[in-house]
Design a protein around this ligand. Structure first.
Ligand SMILES: NC(=O)C1=CN([C@@H]2O[C@H](COP(=O)(O)OP(=O)(O)OC[C@H]3O[C@@H](n4cnc5c(N)ncnc54)[C@H](O)[C@@H]3O)[C@@H](O)[C@H]2O)C=CC1
Ligand SMILES: O=C(O)[C@@H]1CCC=N1
Length: 432
């Protein structure tokens, strides 16, 4: 629809009242956060509810109507004694609901927040309905509300386009986790230079390409899932196509937010995520840190997207390398232990296949009980140990072998290595 079509609308009272009721119910004012994609989602929900009620307004028409209503609200607030705004006929009918919508947000972000006035449109404003912009950060509970809206309305999630640069094990793990949620394969695209790893993505219905730029141009959120030394190469390649629409999420071990931000255009939204391989079975442990231009809402969006991958936490960047040691790499330490358990059983005469399946189940069961009981591992360990029984004999042997010290050292070495990789990629990035 052209702009004049958006502006020249005749809304009747019932239609406007319904529109406002929908916005109120969606907590619209609290959820608008300046990111076009998210704002669009909310207006699309409103659009579909209006359509279901028999009112056929485009998303842009709804945005423009909202803009006029908002403008009228501000005018009334600024000049309470002046005649009602003429642009909205019968304004007095809507004023109460508008106040309820607008002021629910003020009570959350505190008094004195009036930068919304920047949004005010005058009657002869240019009517750019896509310029809705809320400079205040969204309070956390509003993002939960938005997540709820998205979850309750699966079609909404299909709006977010997700890209993967790199088609290896970690990209596959995250993609599998994401696709087990609301995200549809049609909204995901993966790139890698060779076709070697692309087949398993195609089997999930995900589009593949050899062009990283194509992934960036078609995505809102892009996972950079190449080996750490390739991150500078890839970011240099895609940088000129990264815009304020994008959220760039790097999973590369060691590569710091400072390096990512240096290689991306100014003000880019970057997030550093450390996942681990069990995302494939939705039992991952993921920790992320936001870059200096990533808002809490960007973190909430990522968290919501990844929630099917496993435990998702946010923390300071300094913890990401530690998480790499304890969990990204830690998974391999647990596999080593599982393998050794099985080999011990084989040594004692059990068939290998049975030994390995029992070892896997033992690790799984121990892990689930540890997580679900919330007990300290030492407590659970003591519950297994009968005085003078078998377990304490086995534990004594493990302690003699220094299992505890070497596991701690393994986490330390992996963490240090992540830090070293970070320094290397920073140097590589600054040479570009
Ligand atoms: N494997 C794991 O358990 C974990 C890996 N990570 C991180 O994930 C990243 C990827 O690791 P993996 O998936 O294990 O590696 P991988 O070797 O399995 O996959 C790397 C992928 O990158 C692709 N690639 C290479 N050059 C490229 C380019 N120029 N453009 C686009 N794609 C390119 C390869 O074709 C391959 O598909 C690494 O940075 C690693 O630190 C993080 C946590 C755990
Ligand atoms: O070994 C690595 O470097 C990657 C990061 C964490 C797990 N795998």
């Amino acid at each position: 629809m052209d702009e004049s079509g958006i502006k020249k609308q005749n809304w009747d009272v019932k239609e406007t009242e319904l529109f406002l009721e929908i916005l109120k119910e969606l907590d619209m004012k609290k959820c608008l956060d300046g990111r076009k994609v998210r704002n669009n989602k909310l207006f699309k929900v409103a659009h579909r509810r209006m359509t279901a009620a028999g009112y056929h307004r485009s998303v842009d028409q709804l945005k423009f109507r909202w803009k006029l209503l908002k403008s009228a609200y501000y005018k009334c607030k600024r000049e309470p004694d002046s005649p009602a705004p003429t642009k909205i006929q019968g304004w007095w009918r809507y004023e109460k609901t508008m106040v309820a919508i607008m002021e629910s947000r003020h009570s959350l972000v505190g008094a004195g927040v009036n930068s919304d006035r920047n949004d005010e449109v005058t009657e002869d404003s240019d009517g750019d309905a896509s310029m809705l912009h809320w400079p205040q950060p969204c309070p956390d509970n509003s993002t939960h509300n938005l997540d709820l809206i998205i979850k309750m309305d699966p079609e909404m999630d299909t709006q977010l386009k997700i890209g993967f640069i790199g088609a290896g094990n970690m990209a596959f793990g995250i993609a599998k986790g994401i696709l087990s949620g609301n995200v549809l394969p049609v909204n995901v695209k993966v790139s890698a230079p060779s076709s070697r790893n692309l087949g398993r993505f195609q089997e999930m219905g995900v589009a593949t390409t050899h062009s990283n730029v194509e992934v960036v141009c078609g995505s809102d959120l892009v996972f950079v899932a190449v080996k750490p030394h390739l991150v500078p190469v890839v970011l240099n390649e895609i940088s000129q196509h990264v815009t304020d629409r994008h959220i760039i999420v790097s999973v590369a071990a060691g590569v710091t937010l400072a390096t990512l931000e240096e290689l991306l255009p100014e003000n880019s939204v970057a997030i550093r995520l450390m996942p681990n391989l069990p995302c494939v079975v939705q039992e991952g442990a993921l920790l992320f840190a936001r870059g200096s231009h990533a808002k809490p809402e960007d973190g909430a969006l990522l968290r919501s997207l990844l929630h099917r991958c496993g435990l998702v936490e946010e923390g300071p960047e300094a913890w990401i390398d530690i998480h790499t040691g304890v969990s990204g790499s830690g998974v391999a330490f647990v596999y080593l232990f599982a393998e050794a358990l099985a080999e011990g059983a084989v040594k004692m005469g059990m068939p290998s296949a049975l030994a390995h399946s029992i070892a896997a189940q033992t690790v799984l069961g121990a892990g689930r009980l540890l997580r679900d009981s919330g007990k300290h591992p030492a407590q659970l360990r003591s519950e297994v140990c009968t005085p003078g029984g078998t377990t304490i004999y086995g534990l004594h042997t493990l302690e003699q072998g220094g299992v505890r010290a070497s596991t701690m050292s393994a986490v330390e070495s992996a963490t240090e290595r992540a830090r070293e990789l970070g320094r290397k990629s920073a140097t590589a990035g600054s040479r570009k």
